[in-house]
Design a protein. Structure first.
Length: 720
């Protein structure tokens, strides 16, 4: 066969198997290609057919017929560097969209595209032909008011400024931060985006204005509706005798809360007392928010919309009105509070002998900060991070307020933690960046906060309560359908990314198991995380490992939680700040009272909304950290610091300062000693001439070049 005949044969062959992935081995056998030259020619022809989009390449040795048309729908992604892309609805690979072919689509817009004819030695390109729906219609930015017109210079990545008619400024002046709603999108007649001011936030640079701008940028509320606050004011603070009926009374049991020192809403408390014969009764008491917030009420609708509290660097934007979250529901000391509690009877090895779920009333004896509990533990011989509990009490007993109770709980928590990791939980302990802020909101110190034994004590009992209530609904005998419940699910790592991690760490002499049981892979990951601690490549390995992990989310379709190694897991312990916890409280109460299973589709919608809002809140929090980072470094221009490479992109190197953990970027154009190429697979930049390499995790000396508060951007240059 010549090339033309072989092409015809391959075309008709693939059309005979329209939905199948066909391997070289099968193709060669079925078409009788039994000589080496014919096989090589067939591979060359298939490569050309894939280039022309007739075939889709599935792996290095297999193809399938491309059934997708030249017109597709999906999401448009806009990049500041002009490398825009189209993400097909079927989850296929991103396709490049040049700015001239973008039709002014904005990031996140749903679009229809047509694929351009493929040019030899050029990447695949698409052209936007229709914008199906806009991702957003309000934008935040800085107003510029001229004599005849005004416009908004946005913080968002859009192709142009937004024109604002002067009569639609709502009193806004040059330099004001404002929220603008689009009234006219670009069209054939006008290329301008036109909008009107819906809110003037205030002067740029003011701390509160900037924080509100971050919230508005993500479509998050920065004000509480007056009608909702008024509804909260009508809820009585006092607990009536009727409300106590049928509740278990824990007011005489030693109970306390442990929270960050600046917390105002305390939604969980622990109680502990001896249950005799070497057993302990441990109560995990959670604020009974659903008792006060009735389904379908004004407060509930607002909480559902928000789905989560948002934690910016210097403030909390609560899910519930302040009267509820900081006063009525908050488990404040020396006040009677209504709770929904999981009561465990445990032995000294933290085995749960029995448990029950109950609506309770408690009275917290003490409000602890994490630091206070940590100090009490350490004063009694606990060495943080060793996993060892306190030694036996000396003759005079343990030192400190409620020390006996805290040490019992710490011992049980350590047993629970040990068992969890034995069962295959993944050990990712990431530090959290914190700021000390003065009365004007200006950051005066920037540092990492590590989770200590006091934090882990609370964490383990919250995990136990969440897992136990999830199992009580999800784990049913064979043949019986489980009732509807929102689960917190976490899928197994991406196999491709896990394999990439294995290849990356192999260069440093590490090994990783990427196949086998879930537990075996987790244990191998944990061993890797422990082995690389303190090594130069630690940051690189942790970053690549984290990227291999899936994101946890909410769903009524349970697949278990990979990271925690739990078959059933939900969120029950924070209803003041998370809507899914409130959903779980309501459903558990309903099922306890003999109610029927709730509508799965309705709750899945709520789960998807909660997952989306959680991600948006996390993005806003990250932006507030970036803003404070740039503000903190703005008076340190020209200073030289030791740092390490924390990220690598085709446009530059991200560096984290060792001293204060602030992160900035050395732009690619500042690396002028060579032409550097981005090796995405190995997370490095390599010089074409001198082969100098910048690798993730490498130490580096930088000088602070620019601090752009407006763009929340910190620029460095190489000091050496």
């Amino acid at each position: 066969m010549n090339k033309r005949q072989l092409t015809d044969a391959l075309m008709s062959y693939f059309q005979s198997f329209p939905n199948e992935e066909l391997s070289f081995k099968k193709i060669f056998k079925d078409l009788g290609l039994n000589t080496h030259p014919l096989k090589m020619l067939a591979i060359e022809v298939m490569e050309e057919m894939a280039w022309d989009d007739y075939l889709s390449k599935v792996s290095a040795t297999s193809y399938r017929l491309n059934l997708k048309g030249q017109v597709q729908e999906g999401i448009f992604r806009r990049k500041a560097n002009g490398k825009n892309s189209f993400i097909p609805d079927d989850g296929g690979k991103p396709v490049f969209v040049a700015e001239r072919n973008s039709m002014f689509a904005l990031d996140g817009d749903r679009v229809k595209v047509t694929f351009n004819a493929r040019r030899t030695h050029h990447i695949k390109e698409a052209m936007v032909t229709e914008i199906l729906s806009r991702a957003r219609d309000t934008f935040v930015g800085q107003l510029k008011v001229e004599r005849d017109y005004a416009f908004l210079v946005t913080d968002s990545n859009i192709a142009m400024d937004i024109m604002v008619p002067k009569k639609r400024l709502k009193g806004g002046k040059t330099g004001d931060k404002a929220v603008v709603k689009i009234t006219q999108w670009p069209s054939r007649d006008s290329k301008n985006i036109v909008g009107e001011v819906v809110d003037v936030l205030g002067k740029s640079g003011d701390n509160t204005v900037e924080m509100h701008a971050i919230l508005a940028q993500y479509g998050l509320p920065y004000k509480y509706p007056k009608s909702v606050e008024e509804a909260a004011e009508k809820i009585p603070f006092e607990i009536s005798p009727a409300e106590l009926q049928g509740r278990e009374d824990f007011r005489e049991v030693c109970t306390f809360t442990i929270d960050p020192k600046d917390a105002k809403d305390f939604d969980d408390a622990l109680s502990v007392r001896s249950a005799g014969k070497g057993l302990w009764e441990v109560g995990v008491h959670i604020a009974d928010v659903s008792h006060y917030v009735k389904e379908g009420s004004l407060i509930d609708k607002e909480a559902q919309k928000r789905a989560t509290s948002v934690y910016l660097v210097d403030r909390t934007i609560p899910m519930l009105p302040e009267r509820l979250c900081n006063l009525i529901c908050s488990l404040r000391p020396d006040e009677d509070k209504l709770c929904y509690s999981v009561i465990f009877i445990m032995d000294d090895s933290a085995n749960v002998r029995k448990w029950h779920l109950a609506h309770t009333v408690i009275r917290s004896n003490r409000r602890f900060a994490y630091e206070e509990v940590q100090q009490i533990l350490e004063d009694n011989g606990v060495v943080d991070g060793t996993g060892q509990p306190a030694p036996k009490a000396p003759k005079g007993g343990y030192k400190g307020e409620l020390a006996d109770e805290l040490i019992v709980l710490d011992r049980l928590a350590k047993r629970l933690r040990e068992e969890r990791f034995k069962n295959g939980a993944v050990k990712f302990e990431r530090e959290e960046l914190h700021f000390d802020i003065d009365e004007t909101g200006k950051p005066v110190r920037c540092y990492f906060k590590m989770s200590k034994d006091a934090n882990k004590l609370i964490e383990e009992f919250m995990l136990l309560a969440n897992r136990t209530v999830a199992e009580s609904i999800g784990r049913v005998p064979k043949g019986i359908k489980a009732k509807t419940l929102p689960y917190r699910i976490h899928d197994s790592p991406d196999p491709t990314k896990l394999e990439n991690l294995r290849e990356v760490i192999a260069k440093f002499g590490y090994k990783l198991k990427t196949t086998g049981t879930r537990g075996a892979i987790s244990k191998s990951l944990n061993a890797l995380m422990t082995e690389c601690i303190g090594k130069r490549e630690q940051n690189l390995i942790q970053t690549v490992a984290l990227r291999a992990m899936m994101k946890a989310r909410y769903s009524v379709h349970n697949i278990g939680h990979y990271g925690l190694a739990f078959d059933y897991y939900t969120h029950f312990t924070s209803p003041i700040r998370r809507y899914p916890d409130m959903m779980v409280h309501r459903l558990l109460t309903r099922y306890q009272q003999g109610g029927r299973s709730a509508n799965k589709d309705h709750y899945e919608e709520l789960c998807e909304h909660s997952s989306d809002m959680e991600q948006i809140a996390a993005n806003a929090e990250r932006d507030s950290i970036k803003y404070k980072m740039v503000e903190f470094m703005s008076d340190k221009i020209g200073n030289v610091y030791e740092a390490h490479i924390s990220g690598i992109q085709s446009y530059g190197i991200y560096c984290e300062i060792d001293e204060n953990h602030c992160e900035g970027m050395v732009p690619m154009h500042d690396l002028d000693d060579d032409y550097y190429e981005f090796d995405e697979r190995n997370y490095c930049l390599v010089g074409r001439r001198h082969h100098h390499k910048f690798q993730l995790g490498d130490p580096i000396t930088i000088k602070v070049a620019r601090a752009n508060i407006e763009k929340r951007q910190l620029d460095f240059t190489l000091a050496d």
